[in-house]
Design a protein around this ligand. Structure first.
Ligand code: PEP
Ligand code: MN
Length: 338
């Protein structure tokens, strides 16, 4: 249930309501908005009796929320959420560009990519150090050494860091090196990792699972929010379908759909969404037209030598072409690049 407080409700009135929620064994979540403050309730089994709160001072109304996700839904917060990560706002009218190699492979590789993507307007440097590879014999990432190179490169060129956290064991370490923590498609259903991510104070980018419905994806986001971390960005990265010419099918329906259902920002990853570099630029542009708040794009100076995902990585000149095209089309969507 959602308790909507009067816009002039005092801090004390809000605290009294929250204390009552706690006394019933539930958790209150304060949801600030531009015209009202609302308090979401989680932890209840079954419907909450509205009369418990309806007559309390400062309470305007009690709205039942019937969806299986609540805190991430628009029912609870009608305004768009802007998530701030590494000093960068995600979800406003500037398209956020997150770019870099699939994996951090060496210091010189990440330095080279960082310098290039920064000079073409990226705000985030991406690069995996703990890689969730399908085969145990594939390159697994440089681990902490990779995180160090990534952080050094980002700092040298004035970029923020987004990198994947693969498990709860490495969460504190990966969190120390990053501004935005990526939970990958394979881990979207890893509920212990989602809950642990909900207990830290670091923005999370949650990728859609390989075969997850939009509702399952939003419920996974709810796991994070239910633990008190509301700084969540959703990332559409394609889903597995019967099509075999592409690695995944980039589900651009999901962008306007999720923006209708949820207040969270949505980033699109056309690299994993297609699996081939030839398709990345057109699908990145399509993602912007669909309403994406940002793009996550794999860029590698020598894709033929990449230790992971070379086939879908853009060469620097192709990335430059993408950023030029974005600048041309973004004004049509009331957005800007950089
Ligand atoms: C990645 O971003 O390199 C990655 C492994 O992504 P996904 O979880 O979408 O496969
Ligand atoms: Mn990759």
């Amino acid at each position: 249930m959602l308790i909507v407080m009067d816009k002039n409700a005092t801090d004390e009135q809000i605290e009294v309501v929250e204390e009552k929620v706690r006394s019933l064994g539930w958790t209150p979540h304060e949801i600030p908005g531009s015209i009202r403050i609302a308090i979401g309730i989680t932890g209840n089994r079954g419907a909450v009796d509205q009369t418990l709160f309806a007559n309390m001072p400062g309470v305007v109304e009690c709205i039942p929320v019937s969806k299986p996700y609540k805190l991430v839904s628009r029912d609870v917060k009608p305004e768009d959420t802007i998530v701030r990560a590494g000093g960068i706002d995600i979800g406003d009218n500037r398209l956020v560009m997150m770019a870099g190699p699939c994996s951090v492979e060496s210091r010189s590789q990440i330095m080279e990519v960082a310098e290039f993507v920064k000079s073409h307007g990226a705000q985030f440097l991406r690069g995996g150090a703990y890689k969730p590879r399908t085969s145990p014999y594939s390159f697994q990432g440089l681990k902490e050494e990779g995180l160090k190179y990534l952080r050094e490169a980002a700092e040298k060129f004035g970029l923020a860091v987004v990198t994947e956290v693969k498990d709860t064991e490495t969460l504190p370490l990966v969190s120390d090196y990053s501004d935005l923590l990526q939970i990958g498609a394979r881990n979207m259903h890893n509920f212990s990792l989602l809950e642990a991510a909900g207990r830290i104070k670091k923005p999370i980018m949650l990728k859609r699972g390989i075969a997850a419905t939009v509702e399952e994806w939003l419920m996974a986001a709810e796991y994070i929010a239910s633990q008190g971390n509301y700084d969540i960005i959703l990332c559409e990265r394609g889903i597995r379908t019967f099509e075999t010419y592409t690695r995944n099918t980039l589900d651009l329906n999901a962008v306007p759909l999720v923006k209708h259902l949820s207040h969270l920002p949505v980033v699109v990853d056309p690299s994993h969404g297609t699996g081939s570099w030839e398709l990345v630029v057109p699908m990145a542009l399509a993602a912007v037209a669909a309403g994406a708040d940002g793009l996550l794009v794999e860029v590698h100076p020598h894709p033929e030598k990449a230790l992971s995902d070379g086939k879908q990585s853009l060469r620097p000149e192709k990335f430059a072409e993408l950023t030029q095209k974005l600048q041309q089309i973004l004004p049509a969507f009331n957005k800007r690049y950089n």
